[in-house]
Design a binder for this molecule. Sequence first.
Ligand code: 16G
Ligand code: MG
Length: 549
Amino acid sequence: MAQFEEVSKQSILHPKPAGLVLHYGTAGFRSNSIHLDHIMFRMGLLAVLRSKKTKSTIGIMVTADVLRYSNVCLFLSQMKPISFMFICFQEDNGSYATMLANAEQEELISALNEIIEKEGIDKSPEASVFVGKDTRSSSASLSQAVLDGVHALGGHSKDYGLVTTPQLHYMVCCKNTQGKYGDATVEGYYKKLCQAFTQLVGNASNRTDDQKHLCVDGANGIGALKLREMISHLNKGLQVTIFNDGSKGKLNHQCGADFVKVQQKTPTGEVNPGDRCCSFDGDADRIVYYFTDSQQVFHLLDGDKIATLISTFLKELLIQAGLNLKIAVVQTAYANGSSTDYLENTMNVTVRCTKTGVKHLHHAALEFDVGVYFEANGHGTVLFSKAAEDKIQQLAQDSRIDDERKRAALMLQSTINVINQTVGDALSDMLLIEAILAIKGMTVEQWDRIYTDLPNRQLKVKVSDRRVIDTTDAERRAVSPAGLQEAIDQLVKTYRKARSFVRPSGTEDVVRVYAEADTQESADALAHEVSLAVYRLAGGVGDEPKPLH
Ligand code: 16G
Ligand code: MG
């Protein structure tokens, strides 16, 4: 086949380092960018096959939110049901991607043929692939490699250039819904979100300039660039000071959502006591909020606090609108115990726990009329079922209902539009949070006081093979190696309000340990003791973990 000759020819220009083996992790391939050129080319090929199979547009985002590493993810975003997958074919969990990525040069064509046969792919439909990239210097050549792969196999491409990961998801969704979700342009994205934001904050009374002011740490990444573009569409509805905007500092260096969440401190830059601040991550699909109080104490409002704010707001609106829709919050094992307790016992909201990784939360959220999902690290969004959207729309247009119900229905409608339902989105989440705070007339301090986080600690342990750790119950219990869970159970019993779990990282060669307890000292001590148990029972390497204090 002529097309395969082209692939063979082109693949020589994107050679695979012989013997290099990479695996498709939690959210794509991760490796040093010098090892990824051939992967990008091959993911371009795979995207063409997937596009032919699904007869829809596929997105490929070249990004990373961890310094030095590059990551490629493939996804298909559709409207209802939103089919969102970082994996390549429905349920293969990235195995085709792994097979293609690791095929030696001379095996590439037979690997392609194997996928075509197994999936019964009809070669005749046209293939369409959208490509985006972040601001790192390696992204330009890597995204070119993706485009080369798409073209080598005869696919059509649209190169969006510099966009955030969620913006590319939005474009793909717009395309696959024939424009129903919105206009598949960056301009269309800003217009949709900003119009909805303006409508929402129209419900807030007497907002002062102080209340409109927000400091945003752009992690020296793409989010800063795109936020600057978006501001002009906000008609001064938000007064944003952007710092770590990429003009001098390095991506994610001493800044960004991960730094703030893990280090539990403010990023580089001037943050004044009382300022409402938020940090994006490197590709702007995560957000966390924070402030320092007058005593210089740092307060973090992470994904759990965000989920609580949003779900409370939505639940109140649903009640006011008189709509009987099932709302739930989806979390992972990392959710702070206080947040789960507050949601279940004070808010009476259903809470689900899934494995770590956006795709797991996203799928679980699809089961509800309104599914609010957030990882503690700030990845998250809200999904509305088709039935829920229809009911809200009907109510908003119903002329017989009273003013209070009407207002609630209209606010729900704007809320749906300000949210990027395709994936967690720092820009969209930020607009929603700002609108909720404005409507409720709530300060960041008041939001923080809704519940108090249990002190917690996360640690990493190096082991010779992290796959010896196998977990169950949404990663909350270890089933192997033998004796580890029993050891954790015993340790947890010696502390108050304690909880701990371990899981192999999907992105780094480490085992992660999480512990929470009634005091920071106890959380630290428990995390350390559990780390020792992992080190001893799961083949720790290097020095034994040392106590934190
Ligand atoms: C990836 C996931 C994120 C998860 C993290 C866990 C996506 C888009 N990203 O960054 O959701 O929290 O991995 O990393 O799915 P870990 O497995 O190393 O703890
Ligand atoms: Mg990210």
